[in-house]
Design a protein around this ligand. Structure first.
Ligand code: NDP
Ligand code: GDP
Length: 374
């Protein structure tokens, strides 16, 4: 089995590549050219005999067509995206180019390549996976009466039938890509599978996402605090600083954690569980759309409370400043997925709990910044 992964250097791409290599796939990772190498998440597999890393940018149709034609993969997985919602408000055009049009570039490259194979009687069919997102639901949800269904899906939820009401340029781009996938599946009978994944995190999560931003701050703060073992720490009440020896000496100050909207809920799972779901979706006999979620939802403040307790700092409120500029022009207030379809049909279920996810991320970042001042 040969699999091409676009977005291989990202959180999911790195875990998926590892998972597929363990299953015996040949994996070709595609990464865009950067001025300095950014393949740190791939460290465990660089040098694996079945892994290779090629240069390609999904906004560049020519390079994508060449890759698809040259390698004739069994599976093509598109995880590449400008994946940060907040950034998409500042970079709407490039978010559309990468996250929406990038997907169409790959679809077209596969369509044209498989068509040429058909004409030449070679009969090659590529299975394609698109990383769709729960952000596509935006403000929309469905509702079930309490007590009639399983506790996991009581009350408000989103599933494969929930309408899309996107709330950001990122989400609009994901809806566009998703609809292209549905269209190409119907119009050209292409083998296209979409995983509508709810938020999933890990110690490899990008540092600007709220979970990793919190655990990274904790690691950096504890690293800084431990380097001033004999200093007395005070909360000087100023918004920007958590403490100082007694004076306002810059060297003994550390900026508080600045966050935006805390009144939102997310259905957070672990990325390792979610790449297993992607694999099951690809292995299934029928192309389809699948919601992947834990079925549990937590507020940002619940994440904060658990992370700060685990780090031994007590109440998070002493360390956090609300920064209005970090609030988004439009917001997704509530996400809680009903993943009954993939659980019942493919037997998938998440194995890593919310508590274990938070603990793993906190411990990783504390170890990472131990003994460091920044
Ligand atoms: P990351 O941001 O960690 O990874 C995105 C990847 O896309 C990176 O490898 C990035 O490369 C690559 N990329 C960006 N632009 C281009 C381009 N023009 N050409 C080629 N590659 C490009 O995201 P995740 O791993 O967290 O998510 C994977 C996918 O799943 C994304 O599409 C995301 O939108 C989607 N998704 C993620 C969810 C989550 O909670 N993690 C939830 C639902 C959907 P580089 O390293 O150079 O930046
Ligand atoms: P998203 O669900 O894909 O947007 O993932 P994020 O981790 O970026 O954001 C999750 C939620 O946390 C969103 O509702 C954000 O508005 C909220 N949030 C609050 N403060 C912050 C912050 O400082 N950074 C980020 N990224 N999100 C924040």
């Amino acid at each position: 089995m040969r699999t091409i992964i676009f977005g291989c250097t990202g959180q999911d791409g790195s875990y998926l590549a590892e998972h597929l290599l363990n299953k015996g796939h040949e994996v070709i990772g595609i990464a865009r050219r950067t001025s300095t190498p950014n393949s740190c998440r791939l460290t465990p597999i660089l040098g694996h005999p079945l892994f290779s890393l090629l240069v390609g940018d999904i906004t560049d149709f020519g390079s994508i067509l060449q890759i698809i034609q040259d390698h004739q993969a069994d599976w093509v997985i598109n995880l590449a995206a400008q994946s940060h919602v907040g950034t998409s408000f500042q970079q709407a055009c490039s978010s559309m180019d990468i996250t929406a049009k990038g997907c169409v570039n790959i679809l077209e490259a596969i369509r044209l390549t498989d068509r040429v194979c058909l004409i030449n009687d070679v009969g090659h069919t590529t299975k394609f996976y698109q990383a769709s997102s729960s952000e596509m639901f935006g403000k929309a949800y469905d509702e079930r009466c309490m007590g009639i269904t399983l506790p996991m899906v009581m009350g408000r939820y989103q599933d494969e039938n929930t309408k899309f009401e996107p709330q950001s340029p990122y989400a609009v781009a994901k809806v566009a890509a998703h609809q292209f996938c549905r269209l190409y599946r119907q119009a050209y009978n292409m083998d296209i599978r979409c995983g509508i994944l709810f938020n999933h995190e890990s110690e490899r999560r990008g540092e600007e996402f709220v979970t990793r931003k919190i655990t990274r701050w904790l690691g950096q703060f504890l690293g800084w605090k431990n380097s001033y073992l004999n200093a007395s720490f005070v909360n000087d009440k100023e918004e920007v600083y958590i403490g100082g020896r007694v004076s306002r000496d810059q060297g003994f100050q550390f900026p508080k954690l600045r966050l935006g909207n805390l009144d939102v809920s997310r259905d957070w799972g672990h990325a390792k569980d979610y790449v297993k779901a992607m694999t099951l979706i690809m292995e299934h006999d029928t192309p389809d759309d699948w919601v992947v979620s834990t079925g549990n939802t937590h507020t940002i403040t619940e994440f904060l409370a658990m992370a700060f307790e685990l780090a031994g700092l007590g109440c998070w409120k002493n360390y956090v400043v609300i920064d209005e500029t970090l609030k988004r022009p439009a917001e997704v207030p509530f996400l809680k997925g009903d993943s009954s379809k993939i659980r019942e049909t493919l037997g998938w279920r998440p194995e890593i709990s919310f508590a274990k996810l938070v603990k793993g991320m906190v411990e990783h970042d504390i170890n990472k910044y131990r003994g460091s001042e920044n």
